[in-house]
Design a protein around this ligand. Structure first.
Ligand code: FAD
Length: 476
């Protein structure tokens, strides 16, 4: 009976999207069932790949009628296992990558309407071709997709100036868990007509429905930019530098990234064609980007850094002289995750604290970790302008990492206790996925958890959308 139900469902899915887009063979499905880090490996009845909102709606209706749980997946670059199906649960993985048309671009309204499966880089390019900017920017932008970006409320390097993914959205189209389509594709900057439903789906990690399309805000494309790589004695110098930049150049400040030496060392070790742009070794670096329409940003950045250097606040600095040098400096920052992946296992934390508390977090967490795990390597980097750090631990000798893995709970507790004592967040930009459901239960109040569960119950009463992700099990 169960077999028949599943066979009928698979046949129905093939009728909707075509045989070629219902994948069942292990050789075809493996890459969809493993997350980017290779940390989660699941399985599903099949991978189904709809190409239009109508196909998606029919797929979802069929699954809902058959009582089959669904896992939305975009570019599969998420770092919390949110897009990986759980093993042995009979889920259907719905991959949105074929739903990838740019539907419209309205120059005068500075907006673009795109489908969920559009790669982030494709949206950036479409905006640039029209003389506009889509400012969301992540190191994974060549692979991640808009539906995934909105479902994780992605951050990235330009949050300091433009805000998170949520801040770029004017309207959404959503396929609800029963297959109905909510057309909220409004392109309005002002619309006070009741609850702003789009914000429920943004950051919901696919637990409330499928984002199928979005109207995104575009910004003016800056004509000029300047980029510097700066060596610092400690993280406090970085935060001081950021405060000076905010005071003197907030009109053009575009990115402020902090990079610890261990992170740079891994990039230089694993990424071909990278080189240290400065002589000498510093414990910390900042990558600073200015952009705007006035010429002379290089000179402005040079004068600013020169003055700070005279005050003894920086060790050294280099300003990119051309686009190739700028790309090489950005590559040092953007390849850190990839270099860590090549290096091997690490215990990762994506945390945020108030910007002013970053040095305190680094010192306090560093001391506690060094005491608990002598010799551990702490790789720290992140979007310091937003108070967001990636705080990752591994031993230089891979064999020692078994100890780290065995002790991950204790290590995590040390990091997260420090975060919480500083009124920070245990997930700044990557979300909860499967990785942090227990942690969510620990750090949200019963009232907040009740409200989240009430929203889930209202929108997905059959609990078919991405089960086991984001929300802790009811018993917790
Ligand atoms: P997926 O991984 O496919 O899915 C992520 C979640 O969204 C899952 O829960 C999935 O079920 C859900 N989902 C996907 N599509 C939909 C949809 N259409 N409707 C409903 N739910 C959906 N993240 C940052 O925020 N900032 C960074 O700077 C950053 N840098 C990164 C660098 C690297 C090298 C890598 C590998 C990752 C990085 N990430 C970063 C994490 C990741 O790229 C983001 O979380 C991204 O937004 C995920 O998009 P995706 O399309 O890959 O989503």
């Amino acid at each position: 009976m169960e077999r028949e139900r599943i066979a009928d469902a698979l046949a129905g899915l093939r009728d909707i999207v075509g045989d070629a887009h219902v994948l069942c063979a292990a050789v075809d499905t493996a890459r969809y069932f493993t997350d980017w880090r290779g940390r989660y490996i699941g399985d599903a009845l099949c991978v189904v790949r709809p190409a239009t909102t109508d196909e998606l709606s029919r797929v979802v209706r069929l699954c809902a009628d058959a009582g089959l749980p669904m896992v939305p997946q975009g570019g599969n670059t998420g770092l919390c296992g949110g897009a990986t199906p759980r093993a042995g649960q009979g889920e259907v993985l719905v991959n949105l990558s074929r739903l990838n048309r740019i539907r419209a671009l309205d120059r005068d309204n500075a907006s673009i309407t795109v489908e969920a499966g559009c790669k982030l880089a494709a949206v950036q390019t479409a905006a640039r071709d029209a003389g506009l900017l889509f400012p969301l920017s992540l190191a994974s932008e060549g692979s991640c997709e808009i539906g995934g970006n909105l479902s994780t409320n992605a951050g990235g390097v330009h949050v300091l100036r433009h805000g998170n993914a949520r801040d770029q959205v004017l309207g959404l189209e959503v396929v609800l868990p029963d297959g109905r389509v909510w057309d909220g594709l409004r392109a309005l900057r002002k619309d006070n007509t009741g609850y702003d439903l789009k914000h429920l789906f943004i950051g919901a990690e696919g637990t409330l429905g499928f984002i199928s399309a979005a109207v995104l805000k575009l910004s003016p494309l800056p004509a000029h930019s300047a980029l510097a790589w700066v060596a610092l004695d400690d993280a406090q110098r970085g935060i001081d530098l950021l405060a000076h930049l905010r005071a003197q150049a907030s009109d053009v400040l575009n990115a402020f990234e902090l990079v610890g030496r261990e992170a740079l060392t891994l990039v230089l070790k694993h990424m071909p064609a990278t080189r240290d742009p400065l002589s000498g070794v510093a414990p910390w670096y900042a990558l600073i980007e200015l952009s705007g329409n006035q010429p002379g940003l290089d000179e402005r950045l040079g004068a600013f850094l020169g003055a700070r250097m005279e005050q003894g606040e920086l060790r050294d600095a280099v300003i990119a002289q051309d686009l190739a040098q700028a790309a090489a400096l950005w590559a040092l920052r953007e390849n850190i995750s990839e270099a860590q992946r090549i290096e091997g296992f690490s215990v990762k934390h994506d945390i945020s604290v108030p910007v002013s508390a970053i040095p305190c977090f680094i010192n306090q967490a560093g001391e506690r970790i060094a005491q608990a795990l002598p010799g551990v390597r702490i790789v720290v980097f992140g979007h310091a302008g937003d108070g967001n750090l990636h705080y990752n631990l591994s031993f230089p000798q891979a064999d020692d990492n078994a100890r780290l893995l065995a002790d991950a709970a204790t290590t995590n507790a040390l990091v997260y206790e420090t975060v919480r004592a500083l009124a920070g967040s245990v997930s700044a930009e990557h979300g909860i996925g499967q990785l942090k459901t227990q942690l969510l239960a620990e750090c949200k109040s019963p009232v907040e958890l009740d409200l989240m569960r009430a929203v889930k119950q209202a929108l997905d009463p059959q609990a078919l959308m991405n089960p086991g992700k984001l929300l802790p099990p009811p018993s917790i």
